[in-house]
Write a protein that binds this ligand. Structure first.
Ligand code: HEC
Ligand code: HEC
Ligand code: HEC
Length: 455
């Protein structure tokens, strides 16, 4: 008996000791982590900042206006139908809804009392004037790589805008995300001020210009292109994957990601079969960036907004270097899945829907249509937006329709009507499948479940 007792008690005692150990170690580690995170925040905020440009010349203000366009501040801070830059636009994230701030010079609810240094801390360090840590739904994770001069220029321009009194609604975040300490820990893990996503070693010019980037001028063009794409244009904020805690994974790689919780995919800019432009000519890329149109397809959804609000304003010099950088991104294809044709019943249904609802605009053979010599409706045959691995963008177009961006090159874009109320889920899945599997397109079939998940 006694031996049996002893052999049972020893593991029991060890287990209790382990429990006590864990009960002490976990809070101690949590405290150490918090102390580390806040200690770093304190250290970051106490570091001296470079002094601001004193001048507020018209040239500086004009430069600020341009940079604010390319950085698309208005895209998040000017709600549709609301006062420009007055904030309050809701941004859905997997962690809750955040509302953009008022950037007008109103002293109470905007940036009226801010100095250029305060503004720099927000853009570079992700901290508000009162020291509050800012949520990375404000893409300071990319803007942090902007230069002090450029931040000052934007600030000088913002100060010239009409003041609007408007308080942003309170963020709606679940626990622990609303907790500043959680954000401090997040920043400890994922954010370093000034840390530009960069590919210095791997980016090589592989476009048609062959070797153009080898010389000093080429290197400077590449560096400027990288700066515009990675810092100012913050392309990675949509075009790079994120981990479960919402942090960008290898932002510089631009390997494709989800756009917030909108259900759109921003495809990989590294993959020429997704959104990569490595195989496009320089002229095609430049024209696409400014117009959102090419014979190969149109900019859709959130990307149409980016072109309309931002990229169409690129100067000749900047669109040129952006093209150099994008065409030179290291290629990385995804493995091609084996092609499985859909059941013929689904294809038959899809063909009926296509003939009735799509062929008028996109053509019997998915060849698209021109009106008066101008491209009006994009081709669906050979269109990589249609054959992208993930069918979500096609389903978004079918459900909500859309307009290509309005630009000088394309002043009256044609639209696509929303079909959410018109087609059943089965019909939507079937027509999506048909366009993905006709005229030489060879992508996976779309199921009703995928359509339902979208809604
Ligand atoms: C993708 C959306 C998005 C874009 C683009 C964006 N912002 Fe914001 N911004 C936000 C959100 C959301 C907040 C609120 C963050 C918070 O409260 O933690 C914010 C907060 C700020 C703040 C802090 C204000 C305060 O009261 O603390 C400043 C300053 C700011 N943005 C400036 C800019 C500028 C300048 C640009 C363009 C260069 C810009 N933002 C582009 C979403 C965006
Ligand atoms: C009234 C004309 C019209 C009809 C009808 C129409 N579309 Fe479209 N479609 C357009 C236009 C215009 C665009 C470009 C919109 C944009 O750039 O946002 C487009 C874009 C698309 C795209 C994205 C292509 C790209 O280049 O990225 C897909 C996919 C698509 N349509 C499929 C369909 C299907 C399937 C149907 C029938 C169920 C259909 N469309 C019906 C006009 C139409
Ligand atoms: C707000 C999110 C968002 C931002 C920011 C963004 N994109 Fe996109 N982008 C998308 C989405 C969504 C698509 C897929 C829809 C489409 O094909 O237009 C896309 C598609 C593209 C395509 C593929 C076009 C085609 O016809 O295949 C290119 C190229 C592109 N983006 C370049 C850029 C560049 C360069 C930047 C930065 C200056 C950028 N994007 C910033 C969301 C974004």
């Amino acid at each position: 008996m006694s031996t049996k007792d002893a052999s049972g008690a020893a593991p029991m005692r060890a287990f209790v000791r382990l429990l006590i150990g864990v009960a002490i170690a976990v809070p101690v580690m949590a405290l150490l982590l918090l102390a580390g995170a806040w200690g770093r925040e304190f250290w970051l905020s106490s570091r001296p900042v470079q002094s601001a440009a004193e001048e507020t010349s018209p040239a500086l203000i004009a430069r600020g206006a341009y940079l604010a366009r390319i950085a698309n501040c208005a895209g998040c801070h000017s709600p549709r139908g609301g006062a420009p830059l007055a904030g309050g636009l809701p941004l859905g994230t997997p962690f809750g809804t955040l509302f953009s701030s008022n950037l007008t010079p109103d002293p109470e609810t905007g940036l009226g009392r801010w100095t250029a240094d305060d503004f720099w801390r927000a853009m570079h360090h992700g901290r508000s004037r009162d020291g509050r840590l800012l949520y990375p739904a404000f893409p300071y994770t990319s803007y942090t790589a902007m230069t002090r001069e450029d931040a000052d220029a934007i600030f000088a321009w913002l100060r010239q805008q009409p003041a609007v009194t408007q308080t942003a609604p309170t963020h709606q975040l679940g626990w622990p995300y609303r907790w500043q300490s959680a954000l401090a820990v997040w920043r400890l893990m994922y954010f370093t001020p000034g840390d530009a996503p960069s590919h210095d070693d791997t980016v090589v010019e592989r476009g048609g210009d062959g070797g153009a980037a080898q010389d000093a001028a080429g290197q400077a063009a590449l560096a400027r292109g990288r700066y515009l794409v990675q810092a100012v244009g913050h392309c990675a904020e949509c075009h790079a994957p994120r981990n479960r805690l919402g942090a960008l994974r290898d932002a510089a790689g631009l390997r494709g990601g989800w756009v917030g919780v909108q259900g759109w995919i921003a495809p990989s800019l590294a993959d020429p079969h997704a959104a990569g432009v490595q195989d496009w000519s320089d002229a095609e890329v430049r024209s696409w960036l400014r117009s959102g149109w090419s014979p190969k397809g149109a900019a859709l959804g959130p990307m149409a907004d980016v072109v309309a609000e931002s990229l169409q304003h690129l100067t000749d010099a900047d669109v040129q270097v952006m093209s150099v950088y994008l065409r030179g991104l290291p290629r990385e294809g995804s493995p091609v899945a084996e092609f499985k044709p859909a059941p013929s019943a689904q294809l038959d249904l899809g063909r009926q829907v296509y003939a009735k609802h799509c062929a008028d605009c996109h053509g019997d053979q998915g060849q698209g249509r021109q009106i008066a010599g101008e491209p009006a409706y994009p081709p669906l045959a050979g269109n990589r937006a249609v054959t992208l691995d993930a069918p979500q963008n096609v389903l978004q177009m079918l459900a909500d329709g859309g307009y290509a961006p309005t630009t000088p090159a394309h002043p009256r874009p044609y639209g696509m009507p929303p079909l959410r109320q018109v087609l059943t889920e089965a019909e939507m899945a079937a027509v999506a499948t048909v366009i993905r599997q006709s005229w030489g397109n060879r992508a996976s079939a779309v199921t009703e479940q995928e359509v339902l998940r979208l809604k």
